[in-house]
Design a protein around this ligand. Structure first.
Ligand SMILES: O=C(O)C(=O)C[C@]1(C(=O)O)C=C[C@@H](O)C=C1
Length: 373
């Protein structure tokens, strides 16, 4: 097969067209896998040629088209071809809590640009799944908010999936009340619980007695508000525009300096020893201490001895570990500190802490980032 020169890495106008073409081929390949027709071989060969994939992959796929390879093996081959194609033009799939114009989406755009291949999914858990299963190279998930604190869904997901934090993205969040108006017609205010909590004082003052209803995401709430005039949503102005909704009020967050810190997550093999060291880095750890007097104090003393400054500490019950009378639960601690896991003091702290822990994971090291937006 004739080889084409590898395209340049940054997506440009030409790369955009290429990306669209690849997407179409992705879809066609997926359809063709089900039928296992000759078309599979032709499409994959075209795809491979377009993206300069190794000839042996194309050859395997031709064999697959003739029905000599299992469906799973074929899917694996296609995944490789598509991943190689994307990598060739520097295209990465990045999962986020959708739909479009959620704050996770706006943060992903600020952080990775419009040209990135941003993939909306329905839950934070699904973002972790996309990344750990390799369908997306990266994910963007909310970690904590300056007004309301931790995002429990995210911390729990770290406990149950093998992904790493490879970056942080603090984002200024301005909420709007979106609805078809007037305010007197509003019977329910829907939004993600975090957004409802960040606006609770405003809601109590301006919409007293109106029911607050939790929803999967702010942008999904905006979609609902566009369908039902008795519903208002708390969401971004961009989400309102997408659904033809005018803001009934802007800047309704209780704290004017309302910032949500997002984590960029990747599979564990992306940065086994942390993102490259910048000299101004943080490291996140998750651990479980023995359930005995002084265990936490002893653990914290390790950070003091190594002169490590903690920037965040959370504890939360391990799901399913508590008895019905709420006694005897097991807890996980999530700690973030200044320093990189390659630093001697961090390495020493992790080694000492590890000896006291029932389980310990370094979730990642990443550069401290400036607030976006
Ligand atoms: O629902 C969204 O738009 C999200 O991206 C999630 C989320 C969160 O869970 O913290 C992100 C930022 C805001 O704090 C509100 C909601």
């Amino acid at each position: 097969m004739a080889k084409k020169a590898a395209p340049k890495t940054t997506p440009t106008g030409g790369a955009k067209a290429l990306r669209t073409r690849i997407r179409v081929l992705d879809r066609q390949i997926a359809d063709a896998v089900a039928e296992r027709t000759e078309l599979v071989a032709r499409l994959v060969a075209q795809h491979a040629q377009l993206k300069n994939a190794p000839a042996d992959i194309a050859a395997t796929t031709v064999a697959a088209g003739k029905g000599t390879v299992s469906d799973d093996a074929m899917r694996a081959v296609f995944r490789e071809v598509v991943a190689a194609s994307r990598a060739a033009i520097g295209l990465r799939r990045i999962a986020y809590l959708g739909p479009e114009d959620s704050y996770s989406h706006l943060t992903a755009i600020e952080r990775f640009g419009e040209a990135a291949d941003l993939v909306p999914v329905a839950t934070i858990h699904a973002v972790f799944q996309e990344v750990s299963e390799g369908s997306c190279e990266l994910g963007v998930v909310p970690l904590e908010n300056s007004t309301h604190g931790r995002v429990t869904d995210t911390l729990e997901a770290f406990a149950s999936s093998m992904v790493h934090i490879c970056g942080e993205a603090p984002m200024r969040i301005h909420h709007c009340l979106l609805g078809q108006g007037p305010r007197s017609a509003i019977r329910r205010v829907v939004s993600k619980p975090q957004a409802l909590a960040q606006c609770s004082h405003w809601l109590a003052e301006h919409l007293p007695g109106v029911e607050a209803v939790p929803y999967a995401s702010t942008s999904d709430a905006a979609r609902l508000a566009a369908e039902d005039p008795s519903v208002a949503a708390i969401a971004s102005e961009q989400a309102g525009r997408r659904h033809g909704l005018e803001p009934l009020a802007r800047h309704i967050e209780d704290q004017k300096d309302n910032v949500t810190r997002f984590a960029v997550i990747g599979p564990v093999n992306t940065y086994p020893t942390g993102a490259p060291k910048t000299g101004d880095d943080k490291t996140a750890l998750m651990f479980e201490l023995a359930h005995e007097p002084g265990a936490l104090a002893d653990g914290m003393a390790i950070f003091k001895r190594q002169k490590l400054n903690l920037t965040w500490i959370e504890s939360f019950p391990i799901p399913g570990s508590r008895t019905q009378d709420l006694s005897g639960g097991r807890y996980l601690f999530f700690v973030e500190l200044m320093g990189h896991q390659a630093d001697l003091r961090v390495r020493r702290a992790v080694a000492s802490l590890g000896k006291k822990c029932l389980q310990l994971r370094v979730l990642g090291s990443y550069a401290r980032a400036k607030v976006l937006g």
